[in-house]
Design a protein around this ligand. Structure first.
Ligand code: BV8
Length: 232
């Protein structure tokens, strides 16, 4: 399977990667759905990553993001991030909000669900700020308009950023190789990109620790081991 995938990639002129939480798992960043450990065990991430959750308890949601920020700040890009960063002939679409691909040196990135290393005004006045991930602010007010600041990520029930979504949809429709790395493909509309690419005739290559029956070339195993073999 690896040889078939490598040969398809060699022929590809418009290869695109599409990644999820499994890409960062080996860096020690918990995947979105792993049971929340310790303090957060009793909370549902789907609740916390939502406007309703933030409205109900903004300080709790900010603390949850800040714990994730500290984990990401202490993490290092793994060999999969580094192998992807070296392939600057590829565009990397990611559902991940961490900055590990940037820290690995990746150039052309499309963050569909925003970035956890930024805060924005919750009232939409446009104010944004880069966050010190190792020592993030607790809940605070927007210096421009006085409303609460919030993480600059896309919550459940929120629209994806228009420019990024349109670009990702276009890339998936034109890709001739679409490499799906570490995602359960449960969240829409992001997951729809896989169908878009497949329908448009791309070779879909799936890298996941779990076997999968969807059409495509499946490379089952950890991204940190397989992605460098695939992309080198
Ligand atoms: C929207 C940022 C329009 C925040 C995230 C019913 C049916 C269908 C859709 C819906 C529905 N009800 C509601 C919806 C829409 C909803 C949705 O899709 N819900 C799902 C859960 C059913 N979508 C939305 O709300 C989206 N917006 O639809 O807007 C709209 C607007 C207004 C009103 C109506 C409609 C917005 C979704 C964005 C949510 N934000 N992240 C934050 O991070 O805090 S989603 C978040 O979860 C991630 O970004 C990612 O997208 C998702 C997690 O998925 P994965 O990345 O795949 O991670 P997961 O843990 O699931 O899987 C890990 C995978 O890796 C596994 O397969 C595992 O086997 C593998 N793996 C693990 N380790 C490794 C590995 N693989 C390789 N190597 C390893 N080492």
């Amino acid at each position: 399977m690896l040889e078939a995938a490598k040969s398809a990639l060699q022929k590809a002129e418009r290869p695109v990667t599409f990644s999820g939480a499994g890409l960062s798992a080996e860096s020690g960043v918990p995947t979105f759905r792993t049971a929340q450990s310790g303090l957060w065990a009793e909370y549902d991430p789907m609740e916390l990553a939502s406007p309703e959750g933030f409205a109900a308890d903004p300080a709790l949601v900010v603390d949850w993001y800040n714990q994730r920020r500290r984990t990401i700040a202490a993490a290092q890009p793994n060999p999969a991030h580094i192998a992807m960063a070296l392939r600057n002939d590829m565009v990397h679409i990611t559902q991940n909000v961490d900055d590990l691909l940037e820290r690995a040196g990746a150039g052309d990135l499309v963050h569909l669900h925003g970035s956890i290393n930024r805060d924005k005004c919750s009232a939409g006045c446009g104010y944004r700020e880069i966050v010190d991930m190792a020592d993030p602010h607790s809940l605070r007010l927007c210096p421009r308009c006085g409303h609460s600041m919030r993480p600059d990520v896309v919550w459940f029930g929120e629209q994806l950023p228009r420019v990024e979504w349109l670009r990702a949809d276009e890339l998936a429709a034109q890709a001739d190789a679409f490499i799906v790395i570490g995602t359960s493909a449960q969240v829409y509309p992001a997951a729809r990109l896989i169908t878009t690419a497949r329908t448009a005739g791309a070779t879909v290559i799936v890298v996941n620790i779990e076997p999968d029956s969807a059409p495509g070339i499946h490379l089952t195993g950890p991204a940190g081991l397989i992605v460098p073999q695939l992309l080198s």
